[in-house]
Design a protein around this ligand. Structure first.
Ligand SMILES: Cc1cc2nc3c(=O)[nH]c(=O)nc-3n(C[C@H](O)[C@H](O)[C@H](O)COP(=O)(O)OP(=O)(O)OC[C@H]3O[C@@H](n4cnc5c(N)ncnc54)[C@H](O)[C@@H]3O)c2cc1C
Length: 488
């Protein structure tokens, strides 16, 4: 059976073949998740006539399914109220390390320099934040707290790179806040003069003789219409985690994960990327993806040990869940186990259970099929370190260093066991800090802008929770502004 979806550029329609434009606007926005909505708001507020098109019935996209964490820092009022002093420079040092290797330094710099301003933009557009901190990291809080650690800032190696500061900003809503965030942003869009049209899919771009984008062919109610973009088109149509052919081509490791855990919705089919590619846009970091492996909440589960198929540790267990997932899947081939003692084990919020239990480490290793001597040596070394309150091997924080004593247990975290490895794609169109889509030679494609997961954003080899809604809204705004500035 051939995989679902298709790979490769979707060639644009030649503008000279268009006899009649069915509709037109200064700026045409394709896709209304966090990135497209922010682009449309900004363009409309800058005075552009905006046509905002969404394939689903209403704005929302994957953004509306998300936890709603937005990565902001550099000294936001919420950080100050919660006692986390921060500067743009400190935030930049952290993001370059955590989102690398290969993080886009220009984007990281602009994002950090303007992060406090972006916080105020969100507040001014109806997104409220409580000045309160929740100490369960990595996930949106179960209450309406405004701030969490969301990228391992307070864990090694980042504690040696930057001053730890919490930056995961959570809109004031109990639990998962992505739907609420999108209600706020869609409300702000509704207060502009932009025309918002749902159930409309962009199927091709229209390019003029010079290769500049002049509009789009859209499908609605089974009919195709041609829409002219006088100043520019903004592609903000999400990523490609639901296009199997693209996954197979660009990041096949993701196909090892159980489909039900993939992060997104069916419209994350890569069409936005392929439209931009057809118009001359280059692709960047298409092999890169985020993959969370949630050990907590509760974060106390960081007291467990994570081991690979050799029975050896491979990461500090108290770090960011996305870092753990990526290392487990990519570096360890998705063959990892969590070793616990009865004393420290708790069923976490995704319901992970002990699959093997034994009175000795050797017996446990035998049952799992791990090297007995290898696992026994790992546990002995760890127990020794925990007793001394210092982990020279992986630098886990002293709070989580507890010797493991019988009875022992192990949780099966192998990808083949349908464990929650939750990935989504991070590669996409090459853009500059103003959201202009760039060719392979680094030249802007005339009239074409993009933002959100349709682009290669801030995150490259690594990820932090909140950076997708963060760079989506931030560079969405910049793309909307740049499109509006373009001469008609
Ligand atoms: C469970 C879950 C939790 C998450 N938690 C967080 C979090 O807390 N913080 C964070 O930063 N990220 C989080 N993410 C990731 C984040 O939600 C996404 O990466 C981000 O929302 C992408 O935003 P976007 O605007 O690029 O795309 P989307 O929000 O997906 O918007 C794209 C829109 O384009 C539309 N579209 C697609 N193709 C077309 C077309 N051809 N024509 C017209 N419209 C089209 C889609 O229908 C969609 O509405 C989470 C994701 C999930 C699923």
């Amino acid at each position: 059976m051939s995989p679902h979806g298709a790979v490769g550029p979707i060639e644009p329609l030649a503008a000279e073949s268009v006899r009649h434009w069915d509709d037109e606007a200064d700026v045409v926005v394709v896709g209304l998740g966090c990135a497209g909505t922010s682009a449309a708001i900004t363009a409309a507020e800058s005075g552009a006539d905006v046509l905002a098109l969404e394939r689903a019935g209403a704005p929302g996209g994957t953004s509306a399914l998300s936890g709603g964490l937005i990565y902001l820092g550099g000294g936001t009022p919420v950080q100050e109220a919660c006692g986390f002093p921060d500067t743009p420079e400190n935030m930049e040092r952290f993001l370059l390390a955590a989102c690398g290797p290969g993080a886009d330094a220009d984007k990281v710099h602009r994002y950090c320099a303007d992060s406090v301003d972006h916080f105020h933009w969100l507040v001014d557009h109806g997104v409220p934040f409580s000045p309160t901190f929740n100490d369960e990291p990595n996930r949106e809080p179960f209450d309406d707290a405004g701030l969490v650690f969301s990228g391992g800032e307070d864990s090694w190696p980042f504690t040696e790179i930057a001053e730890p500061a919490a930056r995961g900003h959570h809109p004031r809503f109990p639990d998962t806040a992505g739907g609420f965030l999108m209600e706020c942003l869609a409300g702000a869009l509704g207060r502009t003069d932009a025309r918002v049209i749902g159930d409309t899919t962009a199927v091709r771009l229209v390019s003029d003789r010079d290769g500049a984008v002049a509009g789009a062919v859209v499908r609605a109610d089974g009919a195709e219409r041609v829409v002219r973009a006088r100043r520019g088109a903004v592609l903000a149509a999400g990523g490609f985690v639901f296009n199997e052919a693209m996954l197979e081509h660009y990041c096949p490791t993701v196909l090892q994960t159980y489909e039900a855990w993939r992060i997104g919705q069916p419209n994350d089919d890569g069409r936005g990327i392929r439209l931009g590619q057809g118009a001359g846009g280059a692709l960047r970091r298409m092999h890169v993806f985020e993959c969370a492996l949630p050990l907590g909440p509760p974060h106390r589960m960081a007291r467990a040990l994570l081991v690979n198929r050799d029975g050896r540790r491979f990461v500090n267990e108290d770090t960011y869940t996305g870092r753990i997932g990526h290392q487990a899947l990519v570096d360890q081939g998705g063959e990892v186990y969590m070793i616990v003692s009865e004393e420290i084990f708790e069923v976490n919020f995704v319901g992970m259970r002990v699959a093997w239990a034994a009175e000795t480490v050797e017996e446990l290793a035998r049952d799992i099929g791990l090297p007995e001597a290898g696992l026994a040596a790992t546990v002995a070394r760890y127990n020794d370190a925990a007793t001394r309150g210092k982990d020279p091997e992986w630098h886990k924080a002293p709070d989580f260093l507890v010797p493991l004593r019988a009875p022992f247990g192990a949780v099966d975290l192998r990808v083949a066991s349908k464990t929650i490895y939750a990935p989504f794609t991070l590669g996409g169109l090459a853009t500059d800090i103003d959201g202009r889509v760039l060719t392979e030679h680094g030249e802007p494609v005339g009239g074409l802008f993009a933002a959100g997961r349709t682009t290669a954003g801030i995150a490259a080899g690594g990820y932090v929770s909140g950076i997708s809604l963060g760079d989506g809204t931030f560079f969405g705004r910049r793309a909307g502004a740049a499109a509006t500035r373009t001469a008609p």
